[in-house]
Design a protein around this ligand. Sequence first.
Ligand SMILES: NC(=O)c1ccc[n+]([C@@H]2O[C@H](COP(=O)([O-])OP(=O)(O)OC[C@H]3O[C@@H](n4cnc5c(N)ncnc54)[C@H](OP(=O)(O)O)[C@@H]3O)[C@@H](O)[C@H]2O)c1
Length: 248
Amino acid sequence: MSEKREKLPLNKVDGKVVIITGASKGIGKAIATTLGEAGATVVLAARTQNTLDKVVNELTDKGVKALSVPTDVTDTKSVESLIQKTLDSYHKLDILVNNAGSGVFGNVVDFPVSDWDSVINSNLKGLYLCTKSALPTFVSQGDGQIINVLSIAAKVTFQASAAYCAAKAGALAFTKVLSAEVRQQNIRVTAILPGSVETPFWEDIPQHPDFDKMLQPEHIAETVLSICQQPRGMVTEEITVTPPLGIL
Ligand SMILES: NC(=O)c1ccc[n+]([C@@H]2O[C@H](COP(=O)([O-])OP(=O)(O)OC[C@H]3O[C@@H](n4cnc5c(N)ncnc54)[C@H](OP(=O)(O)O)[C@@H]3O)[C@@H](O)[C@H]2O)c1
């Protein structure tokens, strides 16, 4: 075909209102910074208020419009309050980035039930609660986007990682079901599956991969930005991001 095609216009992040969970450090902080610097108004959620406020102050100093909302994503009321405070402040919500999560690792035989619950709740229940609370706004706007930061562990299993792998695999299944349920309402849903990323996530985990070979949080932030900017008429359902050497 020789006919010249028009370039599809990219979606703009400028002026969008975006909630990022787990935004006080690591990948979430990088996502908030990258989207904020691209012109989005960013609402940062995590449990620890002083860490969150510090990041919001850093962003505000750079001229980014940012709001700190201390939130536990595993708690229904806390999550509902996050959505309400966002709507009270900015009167709309364009994008939800479900990024909050935690890892505790150990063999099943020794793994405490409390650790099982905390891994499943922060990585899976939290994603469901945030999504469920945001959806009515997206439906009434007739527009919305949900980006779930999962892990390669949604598809590849690792030793001593049963709870984490189960939570991420469950979150990937959830993402796919949700995507099919809401695409008619113009709500785009994407799962990002990163390999290892150099963040505080690994601080208390002695057997971690080599930091020199990991991705940087900014790699995931750039992936989120590019998904937000994708033109209308397409949905990226799932994207895997690994470093050049392919370590997971
Ligand atoms: N680092 C990696 O290698 C890697 C690779 C693939 C995927 N991931 C995934 O990427 C996401 C971010 O990881 P990261 O490496 O940036 O971790 P991180 O540096 O440990 O940061 C985790 C963030 O989540 C927040 N958080 C944890 N539990 C929460 C809860 N119940 N409610 C609200 N916020 C909560 C933490 O703040 P508070 O503790 O103050 O709440 C923090 O802001 C996670 O879902 C993780 O599973 C990480």
